[in-house]
Design a protein around this ligand. Structure first.
Ligand SMILES: C[S@@+](CC[C@H](N)C(=O)[O-])C[C@H]1O[C@@H](n2cnc3c(N)ncnc32)[C@H](O)[C@@H]1O
Ligand SMILES: O=C(O)C(=O)C[C@]1(C(=O)O)C=C[C@@H](O)C=C1
Length: 253
């Protein structure tokens, strides 16, 4: 695939509709179990603003910073949507590694990634990111995953990613963030919920998921996020995309 062909791009998303929070009992607290996994592609693409654009952007940056003979690692790879995209986009054979601690997610990913295995070496690791090595990677992607880790583990993980990246290596990070200003946070949340309603979620579904995610998904502010990256060793850090309460950053080793 040529650079010009990735945007606008089609992602490989399973069509099963997310109706999890319509029914009783609904998942609380939120976990990445089989029920969530079965509808995950539909859930995330209807819940994360600019999801398609973020993945296309991550693929562009991955291609630009990939160094031959190194790895591209996707932490919290879920059903493998990013790896499948970069696998189609990157012409030269590469080692693509997906890490996720949900076995059902990796089973979906395995299926999705079969076609790109004709070109690339694909490794799927079922473990917590904090137990993994990032040695010999030139690109690490961590989209909407750090937010689920305990606060004290996040810095440790970012340091370990920094250590594992080769010089000139890139970290691409997307997170749900919060505003440091309560009034702005309220306005942003209302706007975000309108986005979800536009994507077909009923108010009860929105409220139930919000409750399920409480204390499970803990967002930081953009400033805290940038500081954590700098404290982990990254000196060159920049923001690329932000809409409502979702942010994408890049950081260079
Ligand atoms: C919101 S999803 C990520 C979405 C995915 N990156 C994408 O763009 O489609 C979060 C993923 O992180 C995984 N996860 C949560 N905690 C983890 C941990 N400590 N280590 C590895 N994976 C984790 C979950 O199983 C889930 O698949
Ligand atoms: O629905 C929300 O409120 C979200 O925060 C979306 C979000 C996320 O950002 O991780 C939450 C859970 C799902 O895994 C997919 C997306």
């Amino acid at each position: 695939m040529k650079d010009s062909e990735i945007y606008p791009t089609e992602l490989y998303l399973s069509p099963e509709k997310d109706e999890l929070f319509q029914k009783e009992p609904w998942p609380k607290p939120f976990v990445f179990n089989e029920d969530v996994v079965n509808v995950f592609d539909n859930m995330i693409s209807r819940s994360v603003p600019l999801y398609r654009e973020v993945l296309a952007c991550a693929a562009h940056w991955a291609k630009a910073y990939y160094q031959t003979g190194t790895k591209i690692i996707d932490i919290g790879c879920s059903t493998g949507t990013f790896l499948e995209l970069i696998g189609r986009f990157l012409q030269q054979p590469a080692t693509l590694v997906g890490i996720d601690n949900s076995q059902p997610m990796l089973e979906k990913a395995r299926e999705k990634l079969l076609p790109i295995q004709q070109i690339h070496q694909v490794q799927l690791i079922c473990d917590s990111a904090e137990n993994c090595s990032f040695e010999n990677s030139s690109v690490v992607i961590i989209n909407y995953t750090l937010q689920f880790l305990p606060l004290q583990v996040r810095q440790k993980l970012l340091k370990s990613i920094y250590q594992g990246l080769v010089p000139g290596g890139l970290l691409f990070l997307s997170e749900k963030v919060k505003s440091p200003y309560p009034l702005f946070q309220e306005t942003i949340t209302r706007h975000y919920e309108a986005f979800k309603a536009y994507n077909g979620y009923a108010q009860t579904e929105i409220e139930r998921k919000k409750e399920a995610l409480e204390n499970v998904l803990v967002p930081l502010t953009e400033t805290e996020q940038l500081q954590m990256l700098k404290d982990s060793g990254f000196q060159q850090v920049d923001s690329l995309i932000k809409l409502h309460n979702f942010l994408s950053l890049v950081a260079l080793k």
